[in-house]
Structure formats: C-alpha cells, structure tokens
Write a protein that binds this ligand. Sequence first.
Ligand SMILES: Cc1cc2nc3c(=O)[nH]c(=O)nc-3n(C[C@H](O)[C@H](O)[C@H](O)COP(=O)(O)OP(=O)(O)OC[C@H]3O[C@@H](n4cnc5c(N)ncnc54)[C@H](O)[C@@H]3O)c2cc1C
Length: 401
Amino acid sequence: MSKTVAIIGAGASGLVAAITAARAGAKVKVYEKNNKIGKKILATGNGRCNITNQTITKGNYHGDNPSFVNPAINHFNTSTCRAFFSELGIEMTMGQNGRLYPKSLQSSSVVDLLAYECRRLGVEFLLETKIENIIKTEDGFSPQTKGRSQKAEKILICTGGPAMPTVGGCDSGYELAMNFNHTIKPVHPSLVQLVCSENLKNISGVKIQGDIEVFIDKELKINRQGDILFTNYGISGSAVLDISRIASHALLHQRDVRLKIDLFSDYSKEQLKNLLKKRLKFSNAKSVSLWLNGFINSKLALYFEKSLKIKEADKLNPKDIVTLVHFLKNMTLHVEDTRGFKSAEVTAGGINTKEINSQTLESKLQKGLFFAGEVLDIDGDCGGYNLHWAWASGYLAGSSM
Ligand SMILES: Cc1cc2nc3c(=O)[nH]c(=O)nc-3n(C[C@H](O)[C@H](O)[C@H](O)COP(=O)(O)OP(=O)(O)OC[C@H]3O[C@@H](n4cnc5c(N)ncnc54)[C@H](O)[C@@H]3O)c2cc1C
C-alpha cells in the first residue's frame, strides 16, 4: 500500500514536495488556507518569478546555521532545478546577476505548471483549509481543521513565515511545530524597506544609483551598490533590500544602525571637488540649488542647499565645497525601524535547524514529521535564493517522506 503524506501549505516548497512524494508513489494531500495555491509565488519577482540563480552557494543563506542548507542545495542545485522545471515545461532566461526567470516572464506559468503536474500525479488539494493543530496518533498524524480531523503517515510543515500576509504569510507553522517541542529562533523581516529618522519627504520619489554602507554600533558591516529610492518614510530600492537583513537583525537586538550613502560612487572625493570647483566658474549668480541642478536631481539639490549656510553659489568658498563633497559622498541616515512583515519579502529566523536532520529534513524530536521552506531558520539573499531554498528543501523533504 502506498504511504499517505499530508503537506501543510501549497506554497513553493509544498508544491515541489507534493510532486516529489507523488512521483515516488505516495498518496499526497495538500492543505492550503488560501482559496488558491501558490499565491506568494504569483507575487514574486514583480510578477516575473526569479526562480533561482546561476550560482547557488551556502554563502547566500543566513540563519543560526547556514551550513544546514548544504544537503538540500547539493541534492537540488541550479542544474537540477532547471531540469525539474524544464520537465514541467518551463524554460529559463537569465537576467542581471545570474537571476533566472521563466522564459514567459510570468510567475503564473510557474504556478500553472506546478499545479498541472500535481493534479496529473493525483495530488489532492484541500483549499480554504487551515490546519489548526496536528495530533500524533498511533500510526501517524492527524492534522486538524475546523471540525474535521484527517489522517496521514507522514506530515510536512511548509507554511512559510509571516512576511507579506496579503499573500498568505503567517506564523501558524511555528505554533504547529512548538506542539512537538520545537523551538523558534526570533523572527524579523528581511528584504524589506527601511524607516529612517531623518525627514526625507522633500526628496521622496528620487531614485539614484549609489553606494550604501551599513554601520552597526559604528562598525562597518556591509556595503552594496545599486538602486536607492528615497521615500516619505525612509529608503527602498534593490541596494536597500540587499542590506536590509543586517539592519533588521541589528534592530531586533536594539543596536544602533546608520547608513552612509555615496551619491557619487563613480567619482573620488578629489574628482568631485575639482568638478564642483570647475562648475563654480559658471555659477552666474545662481542659487546653490540651481547651480547643483542638472548635476544632481533638483529635489536633492534643494535638500543639500538647506544643509549649507550659504545659499548663493558665488559665495561658496573652498571649505564649503569640501563640506558639500562630504554631504554628497557621506549622506548619513539613522535607521529606526523596518517597514515590517507587511512589506517584507522574506522572514528571517524560524524553526531551530538544530532540531532537524539536514540530510532528510525530518524532525529529530518527532519521527515522521518533516519541515521545508521559509518556516525554518533559513533565509536567502535577494536574487532567486529564497525560492531556490523552497524548491530544494521541498524536493528533499518530498523524497525523504
Ligand atoms: C513580494 C514577494 C516577492 C518575492 N520575490 C521572490 C523572487 O523573485 N525570488 C525568490 O527567490 N524569492 C522571492 N520571494 C520569497 C519567496 O516567495 C519565499 O521565500 C517562498 O515563497 C517561500 O516558500 P514556502 O513554501 O516556504 O512558503 P510560502 O510560499 O509562503 O507558502 C506557504 C503556504 O502555506 C500556507 N499556510 C500557512 N499556514 C497554513 C496552515 N496552518 N494551514 C494551511 N495552509 C497554511 C500559506 O497560505 C502559503 O500558501 C518573494 C516574496 C515576496 C513576498
């Protein structure tokens, strides 16, 4: 007789686990609290779904024990991932920094083809069915939904984390795991926008290509280059998402988080000083902001004019130019918060990986209980690493079950 497997959560990891277990001959039931499957996948990559990355290494993952990912990502690497999706009908195309997308550039094609394969293999979906509790029985488990109890020999918790509740994010997986004595590493948002204490309303909407450095308790921790978008509340953009994990983790521990933004990373201080001095020759009685206009965004020009005592470009002396260069290359912002789970792409923290066998993803505390995806204390960098972890861990858990 085939094994019965219950999968809680029809997200990225749950769908791949369902396919893998069903291909191995298991009878699979997937419980999903939403009214459709793969809702978060649909939102990924701005609707284009950055499925994976050309280069996947342990270094792209975080948590108390990043090496935990090794068996899963070695078993299911970029080429296994491409082959798995190609078999479903999805070819991939490469974007910036090795990011791989479906050739259709539609996340819906990923969900549609995963769903088709599940149905072809006889996987049963129970939608709008939230699992409230799991009871251990003599011969397996009984997942409990409102008023109903089900049966399964093996069970997989792959309920994701609380990031982005509008597409299903919640912390119910932690509660289910805690009933089996699992512990949870403190969670915090990652790949998230940052709230700054400075008033940036006047430069809201300005997007630059810059260099951003993160100082935790005055110590430089990380720097990234890329898009930085100033907003009413603080900053956003790809470079900000990249550094947000470190900032968010430090805030969780009440540490001081400061950012230094270099608006002119392609000029050295000396080059910028010389350029500004040259521009002074043509200042023609302009205000500082008008003199800077055409060189930097006009909103930024006004912002920096306010920081200087002198308002007329003609009156700027060499010391003022040095001050201005300092502002442009060392714009300092204090981070007081993140935009929270409601806006975050990923949850950092989660179920303690020490309590799980990394080779099989089975609980060390309860035989027959498995975990996959973001619900675990593993999160990845921006660039396809989070979905890759979901697919790879779903694949490993599905084959182990
Ligand atoms: C806007 C956005 C864009 C993103 N873009 C990318 C990207 O391009 N590339 C990338 O690599 N990553 C991206 N991510 C991250 C990626 O989507 C997640 O890391 C990944 O989906 C996690 O997969 P999962 O299976 O662990 O969880 P999920 O995909 O979140 O699935 C968990 C499922 O479990 C269900 N569930 C929860 N509790 C219960 C319960 N008690 N009973 C029944 N069902 C339950 C939820 O409704 C959900 O459907 C993005 C995330 C967001 C929010």
